[in-house]
Design a protein around this ligand. Structure first.
Ligand SMILES: *Cc1c(COP(=O)(O)O)cnc(C)c1O
Length: 383
């Protein structure tokens, strides 16, 4: 199939069919578990897993690239590896970078410790308002980095506006697309330069893999690959087997997760023991209109403030029989966690309050279970 024809396929189909068909009689992508490859002539290619140069590495990456509408992609040993390697490739001491302040905890720590520690200047934008992004630019600014929907309050950033601002000033725009997945949101189509993922979450989808991904232009991916070779961030072949398998069901899983999250958000909103629900699919969410214009589905993540004393949360979590209290997200099984005990634990109560993270905020990752079973579980634990 030509590149042109392949790009006409829908994301659901691209989960299964990549731009290039592998050779060989099996329908699945063959894997090479070797770490040593024959090199018997000066013109032989240098094959080595850490170089991200093996066929199966490139085949799986090209399927993800195609899902994101990017020219190229590469996979890393974790989401943090993808994020750190990319940022350390693009920024040097004296450069300035702008981040939307609602960041995954590990990314926030990377910004505060590693980037600032190396003399890279950083601005954190507090509200998803393009005027604030524009006001934070300096002559040293090199890139703008956002998460949308963000963790844990599901803030929505207007992706078209951010990409346009970056273009206008000759900057790179980067997004962590973990929460949305390429099924719900394809930022490159709005002008973003680079899309990052914690594949550990939805792309893997079964809470048994850890990996990360970058999708971008050939030139940008190649720059990051040269750094990744030195930092050492490759995955082993058996993980590729599971990633290859997981990607095939990504659309099916995410479509069900979207439905479950939307329905749970609506029902929670009417529940007497719930003060507030954060979900971009609800018309009351401040980012709803923008989310509706840039997402095909609103995602499987929601959070809500329980109207209970914080001391009652451990008992509430114990009463849940299906929804498991666990960190992480994006798997086929529904998970719930308390951000004040996990991602926002290091903050003081006052700082948490300023970040909008109440002591009784619960973050729920909707799985693919049947909705009435999930609701019965949640409802009886809350009541
Ligand atoms: C989990 C997560 C990461 C980090 O990914 P790892 O695979 O744990 O390294 C980055 N961004 C977001 C939004 C995440 O949820």
């Amino acid at each position: 199939m030509s590149d042109q024809d392949h790009s006409q396929l829908s994301p659901e189909t691209r989960c299964i069919h990549g731009p290039v068909r592998h050779e060989g009689p099996g329908v699945n992508q063959p894997l090479d578990v070797s770490s040593a490859f024959i090199h018997a002539h000066p013109d032989d290619p240098i094959l080595y897993p850490r170089y991200h140069s093996l066929n199966h590495q490139q085949a799986v990456a090209s399927r993800l690239a195609s899902l994101e509408g990017a020219a190229a992609a590469m996979l890393f040993s974790s989401g943090m590896s993808a994020i750190a390697t990319t940022l350390l490739t693009l920024l040097k001491p004296g450069d300035h970078a702008v981040f939307y302040q609602q960041l995954y905890g590990g990314t926030f720590a990377l910004v505060q410790q590693e980037l600032r520690g190396q003399g890279i200047l950083v601005s954190l934008v507090e509200k998803p308002d393009i005027v604030l992004f524009a006001a934070s630019l300096t002559p040293q600014t090199k890139l703008i980095y956002v998460e949308s929907p963000s963790n844990p309050l599901l803030d929505i950033v207007d992706l078209r506006e951010v990409a346009a601002l970056a273009k206008q000033h000759g900057l790179l725009s980067l997004i962590d697309n973990t929460f949305a997945t390429p099924i719900n949101q394809r930022p490159i189509s709005y002008g973003f330069d680079a899309v990052l993922h914690s594949g550990t979450k939805y792309l893997g989808g079964h809470s048994d893999l850890i990996f990360g991904a970058l999708a971008a232009s050939h030139e940008l991916v190649e720059r990051v690959r040269l750094k990744a070779i030195l930092l050492g961030s490759a995955l082993n072949a058996l993980d590729f087997y599971l990633i290859d398998r997981s990607l095939k069901t990504l659309a099916l899983r995410v479509e069900r997760q979207n439905l479950n999250a939307l329905e749970l958000a609506k029902r929670l909103q009417r529940h007497a023991k719930v003060r507030k629900v954060f979900y971009p699919g609800l018309p009351e969410h401040p980012g709803h209109a923008i989310a509706a214009s840039q997402m095909d589905g609103f995602g499987g993540m929601l959070s809500f403030e329980a109207d209970l004393p914080a001391e009652h949360l451990p008992a509430l979590l114990r009463r849940l029989e299906l929804i498991q209290p666990a960190i992480s997200l994006g798997g086929v099984e529904s998970l719930i966690c308390v951000p004040a005990w996990t991602s926002h634990k290091a903050l003081t109560a006052e700082e948490r309050k300023r970040a909008g993270v109440s002591e009784t905020l619960l973050r729920l990752s909707a799985g693919v279970e049947q909705i009435e079973d999930l609701w019965n579980d949640l409802e009886s634990a809350l009541s």
